[in-house]
Structure formats: structure tokens, C-alpha cells
Design a binder for this molecule. Structure first.
Ligand SMILES: Cc1cc2nc3c(=O)[nH]c(=O)nc-3n(C[C@H](O)[C@H](O)[C@H](O)COP(=O)(O)OP(=O)(O)OC[C@H]3O[C@@H](n4cnc5c(N)ncnc54)[C@H](O)[C@@H]3O)c2cc1C
Length: 258
């Protein structure tokens, strides 16, 4: 288990950022991932007192504080109503409720885990990451950035009218996903995000034309990504799953529209 010499409950983001510039410091989210590391570090910086544990909804966007738990995402009525229940769907298989009450949105996004259901889900939406030092960057760009010592303050999701659907396949109910898939649709624009390939989720934007069928779109989308093999599945199997899930989720959205 990880151990720290000092614990600091940060009084401001500036203080947290300054403390975090030392390599031996770490920002604590829910500690669900970090606690499994076997090492000794100097200072644990806790953001718990900074009011970052709420979800705010305005006309334009949802703003989710870094210290919000995954359970808050799962049960937030506004988010789930606006985006067709995808936040319930993308969180419900992550370990168990007790775990999801602990794990945070900040830790889940900043960690950039390849298996992340959360990043896969957020990538299909118009999502931005608010960094203390780096300002506002799109989630797509953030996923390409190298991990640094900045602080993730909030996640912002624009209410741009996308309809979305989410699905994942797992060998067992609460295992890591073999594939994670989120599709979103706005007019003739379709966004497909695939995670657990097993690399970090990526998104592709495609245009649906009059003659492009859902099969064709799903194939195009799944062909856009690279897949790998690990103990949970081969690259070929994952590619097949990505195509099937994309097609099914798109078909679901199409049906809702009628
Ligand atoms: C057994 C297990 C199974 C899991 N299964 C799944 C799964 O199926 N699907 C899935 O999507 N996820 C899964 N996860 C990941 C989990 O959902 C969380 O994403 C993970 O625990 C990180 O969140 P945390 O709040 O615990 O972060 P922590 O462990 O506290 O932190 C993780 C990293 O992020 C940094 N960090 C935290 N908050 C911030 C911040 N605000 N700014 C900057 N840096 C920050 C920390 O310093 C650390 O490096 C699993 C995790 C575990 C332990």
C-alpha cells in the first residue's frame, strides 16, 4: 500500500498546485487506484476542502468538480436525462457502489487509464478539461497530452444537443471492460468513442449521408482505431466488438429519433 509522510488539506488551488510541483507529492482523488501502489511518497495533497465536489447545470453546460464521485455521475438526474442515461450505464459496472462512492471524476480522467469507461463516455460528447495551470482544453487534446503536475479542477460538458448511448462488454460483471463504446449523434454528425482497445479511448467523427447505412458507419468507425491483445481479448476480437457495439448503439439512437 502507498504511504505518505505528510498530509496537507489544501486551502486553495494555488497552494495545491505549488505543493504538487515536487515529484514526491501527489494529489489525492478518491485514492482507490493510488492506494494500490507499493511506494513511499512525501506529501499527499487533498483537494477535499475546495468545493470541487458538486455538479452544476447551466443553460450551456454541465460543470463537474474534480472531487465528484463516480456515484454522483451515476445518479445525477440532469446529466442522465440530458444524455440518455449514459452516465449511469458507464459507471454501473465499475466494481461496486461503495467503490464508486470513493473514486473521483478527477482521478478517473487525470489517470488516463486505457480501460476507462469514464473517458470513453465523455469523449463522445463536447467535453473540456479545466486545468489549474493549463486552462481549458478539449478532452481529446488532454488525452494526447503527456501526464504533468497540473491539477484537474473541473470537467465541462457542453449541452450541444447530442443524443448519446453507451455500452461495454466484460468477461465478468465488474471486471475491466474488453471494449467500451460510446456513440453520440447531432444532426448528420456521428461521434464514436472506443476505449479499452486496450489503449486509451479515442474518438472519431463521421458524417451520416442519405445512403450510408448503420452497418457501413459502424465499420468505418471501428476501422478508424488500432486494437491490441491482452489477457482479456485479442485485437481482432476487440475490433469485431467495436463494430457490433457501434452498430447496435447507433441503431438504438436511430429508433429513438423516429
Ligand atoms: C480494482 C479497480 C477496478 C477498476 N475498474 C474500473 C473499470 O472497470 N472502469 C473504469 O473506468 N475504471 C475502473 N477503475 C478506475 C477507477 O474508476 C478510478 O478511475 C480510479 O480509482 C482513479 O480514481 P481515484 O479517485 O481513486 O483517483 P486516485 O487513485 O486518488 O488518483 C489517481 C491519479 O490521479 C491523480 N489525481 C487525482 N485527482 C487529481 C486531480 N484533481 N488533479 C490532478 N491529478 C489528480 C493522482 O495523483 C493519481 O496519480 C478501477 C479501479 C480499481 C482500483
Amino acid at each position: 500500500m502507498i504511504r505518505f509522510k505528510n498530509y496537507v488539506k489544501a486551502g486553495s488551488l494555488e497552494e495545491a498546485y505549488t505543493l504538487n510541483q515536487k515529484k514526491s507529492s501527489a494529489i489525492g482523488g478518491g485514492m482507490m487506484w493510488m492506494k494500490m501502489q507499493k511506494r513511499m511518497r512525501m506529501t499527499l495533497v487533498d483537494l477535499v476542502g475546495l468545493g470541487l465536489d458538486g455538479i452544476e447545470e447551466t443553460e450551456e453546460e454541465f460543470s463537474i468538480g474534480a472531487m465528484c464521485s463516480l456515484r454522483q455521475l451515476e445518479i445525477h438526474e440532469g446529466l442522465n436525462e440530458y444524455f440518455g442515461g449514459i452516465f449511469k450505464e458507464c459507471t454501473r459496472s465499475i466494481v461496486g457502489i461503495q467503490f464508486r462512492n470513493g473514486a473521483t471524476v478527477g482521478g478517473s480522467v487525470f489517470g488516463r487509464f486505457g480501460f476507462s469507461d469514464i473517458i470513453t463516455c465523455l469523449l463522445a460528447l463536447d467535453t473540456y478539461v479545466e486545468l489549474y495551470q493549463g486552462g481549458l482544453v478539449s478532452l481529446e487534446e488532454f488525452c494526447r497530452m503527456k501526464q504533468d503536475r497540473d491539477i484537474l479542477v473541473r470537467i465541462r460538458i457542453k449541452k450541444d444537443g447530442r443524443q448519446a448511448a453507451y455500452g461495454s462488454q466484460r468477461i465478468a460483471k465488474t471486471d475491466f471492460p474488453q471494449i467500451a463504446c460510446c456513440v453520440a449523434k447531432k444532426g448528420d454528425q456521428v461521434y464514436v468513442s472506443i476505449g479499452a482497445r486496450p489503449g486509451l479511448a479515442e474518438v472519431v467523427a463521421l458524417k451520416k449521408t442519405e445512403d450510408s447505412g448503420l452497418e457501413e458507419l459502424a465499420k468505418k468507425a471501428s476501422d478508424s482505431f488500432r486494437y491490441g491483445t491482452n489477457m482479456r481479448g485479442s485485437a481482432d476480437y476487440r475490433k469485431h466488438l467495436a463494430e457490433v457495439y457501434t452498430r447496435r448503439l447507433l441503431a438504438g439512437l436511430h429508433k429513438e429519433e423516429k
